[in-house]
Design a protein around this ligand. Sequence first.
Ligand SMILES: Nc1ncnc2c1ncn2[C@@H]1O[C@H](COP(=O)(O)OP(=O)(O)O)[C@@H](O)[C@H]1O
Ligand SMILES: [Mg+2]
Length: 332
Amino acid sequence: MSLLKVEGLSTHFITRDIDNQRRVARALTDVNFALDTGRVLGIIGETGAGKSLTAQSICGLLKPPARIVGGRVTFDGQELTSMSPDALNRLRGSQIALVVQNPRSSLDPLARVGDQLVRIHQAHGRHSRAASRKRALDMLAAVGIPDPEGRARAWPHELSGGMAQRVLIAMALMNDPRLLIADEPTTGLDVTVQAQILDLLRNLVQRFGMAMMIITHDLGVVAHYCDEVAVMFAGTIVESGPVKRIFSAPGHPYTRALIGATPERRRVGQGGAQIGGEPPDLYNLPSGCPVRLRCAYATEVCASPPPERVMTPGHVVRCHHAGDLDARGSVA
Ligand SMILES: Nc1ncnc2c1ncn2[C@@H]1O[C@H](COP(=O)(O)OP(=O)(O)O)[C@@H](O)[C@H]1O
Ligand SMILES: [Mg+2]
């Protein structure tokens, strides 16, 4: 049984305009994937594809008007989507930990680093303060922070960006999570620090026996640090499976274009090698395949929802034409 299972997850933003007309942005549509302990899954897609929203939907951190309208999320056999907010809160911060981009905004500027780590430990279990302090120092050491004792006394503003990100990871580890979700954990850090943090995360998965989901728009991150990948476009996972397999034999025209446009560590849709064309309007998604307006292979059949086609075990492609792509180019 997978540690995390996401089935048919759909999340919408439901609002009313000034004429009281209902407006629906279909931000996630029928998202499916599973993640096992010891594995690292990369979620990749251009800005606005729905990556962060997927994480927030899993963790129960959606803010109105966003709402899960279908599907379910199962963690270790428990269904999160029907869990009470209190129960979900307990799970989050202990068994499921989220590391977000921009560590500074996630740290309390008015509390010393060590006290923040202790606080999160105490909030999720009965521990003596001494035990929590020891755990805090151990976790600061585990994330490679030199002089943990000194750092524990530091204020957040005294930390560099890379140090702050490490502190945030230490915080996520305090309660021994089984699933770590890292949402663009290294965006904005310089390349050397990025590599150190990602090496660290990868390493922690092995050491602590966790599962990890890395959200990124950087294909290089997927290639170097992930076992599996899910490619998102307009709120849909268009392709997922083992990284090696997908890089060597991408089955979806969009994935092909991504990889073709990205021989090295280029980025998707953030000033790097962007695939041309506008992302579709979530208030007015085309019927069927969301990629079809930009796709060289699109035919009439693409106006109906593409089925999930299993190419090889674990390698799933959501495309009517999967398996018979030729050299016709791919996605404009
Ligand atoms: N309040 C809102 N109403 C409608 N759409 C929204 C709202 N907030 C975010 N979105 C849309 O949800 C989509 C998914 O966003 P997000 O998950 O943050 O993307 P990613 O993390 O992949 O860059 C985006 O296209 C964004 O425009
Ligand atoms: Mg995001």
